[in-house]
Ligand binder design. Structure first.
Ligand code: NAD
Length: 294
């Protein structure tokens, strides 16, 4: 954070209208966070049912606030009205900041970013919420790579304070400053980190998941591991955390980490997460992962 010059941050334009691409776990969470802290946001997906899911999730979070008497029903209606679900880029010209949060796949992300770049103004900053893919790589096909950086939120977005802002090889200081500003606008704690697969937090988290997978191979029950880690003092154990993250997202990200750091992160045999992925046990998002959900 200290590396962002204060004068640049001071002059960075506030985001008056944001957008997220992808209305999944993260896109929905980022849209909620932006709207509930006062910045209207467009939420685009390719599937209508995902938009409904994203809006329902935001509604549930807001309802909890109302039940806890932390928000009035009138304010709740106002916040919901700040999120505009959409299947098109029609209104993207009015945005100052777009956070891409589609599936963890380099090819899909590159094509979505190239698409959105054509639908936004030359000043709009684009950021990717990728967990593991290098920002410099994602910028390869962009006409304005200087207006692109990483903005990595954590799950669940409304509860996790940290946001990693990732400086790609071509990200400008103004772009980094605008991302820092938007994160602060959303009530988050941004840190600026350099670019590499997994950035900072996931370079710690994925070796932890790898250790967890090896323990399972050694015959230790996953529920026992979760209980031990909770007693150790962590808010949740690795199995429950993987269910929250999404087993599909975890498997895709683990492959990217293994390719980037083969000596440290490659698996020699199929992991429990890969077996679950093949059996469509994706975690909370589809109701069944390590645990079962209603
Ligand atoms: P998700 O599977 O819940 O949602 C992905 C969404 O992207 C879906 O709604 C899908 O319909 C949509 N989508 C796919 N192609 C699209 C396109 N071309 N245009 C618009 N929308 C499209 O995934 P998620 O967990 O929200 O993850 C999204 C991103 O955030 C990934 O890059 C992931 O690595 C990253 N991330 C995830 C977590 C986590 O804990 N799940 C945490 C931090 C970052």
């Amino acid at each position: 954070l200290k590396k962002v010059s204060k004068s640049v941050t001071k002059n960075a334009k506030p985001t008056q209208m944001g957008a997220v691409l992808g209305a999944g776990i993260m896109g929905g969470g980022i849209a909620y966070q932006s709207a509930s802290t006062g910045t209207p946001v467009l939420m685009k997906d390719i599937k209508h049912e995902q938009l409904d899911l994203g809006m329902n999730e935001a509604g549930k979070l807001l309802l909890k606030e109302v039940e806890r008497k932390k928000m009035t029903p009138e304010k709740m209606a106002k916040v919901i009205a700040q999120i505009t679900p959409t299947l098109s880029y029609a209104d993207f010209g009015a945005t100052q900041f777009v956070v891409e949060a589609v599936v963890e796949n380099e090819k899909v992300k590159k094509s979505v970013l190239a698409e959105v770049e054509k639908s936004t103004s030359a000043d709009t900053v684009l950021a990717s919420n990728t967990s593991t893919i290098s920002i410099t790589k994602l910028a390869e096909g962009l006409a304005r790579p200087d207006k692109f950086c990483g903005m990595h939120f954590f799950n669940p977005v409304h509860r996790m304070p940290l946001v990693e802002i990732i400086r790609g090889a071509k990200s400008s200081e103004e772009t980094i400053a605008q991302a820092v500003n938007y994160a602060v606008q959303m009530g988050k704690t941004p840190i600026v980190v350099n670019d590499c697969a997994g950035f900072l937090v996931n370079r710690i988290l994925f070796p932890y998941f790898k250790g967890f997978a090896h323990l399972i191979e050694d015959g230790v029950d996953f529920q026992r591991i979760d209980k031990v880690m909770e007693k150790f003092g962590w808010p949740m154990g690795p199995a429950y955390l993987l269910d929250v993250v999404g087993i599909d997202t975890g498997v895709h990200a683990a492959k990217i980490m293994a390719d980037a750091f083969p000596d440290r992160m490659a698996y020699t045999s199929k992991t429990i997460m890969e077996v679950m992925y093949e059996n469509k046990r994706f975690g909370q998002k589809n109701g069944v992962g390590f645990y079962e959900y209603e």
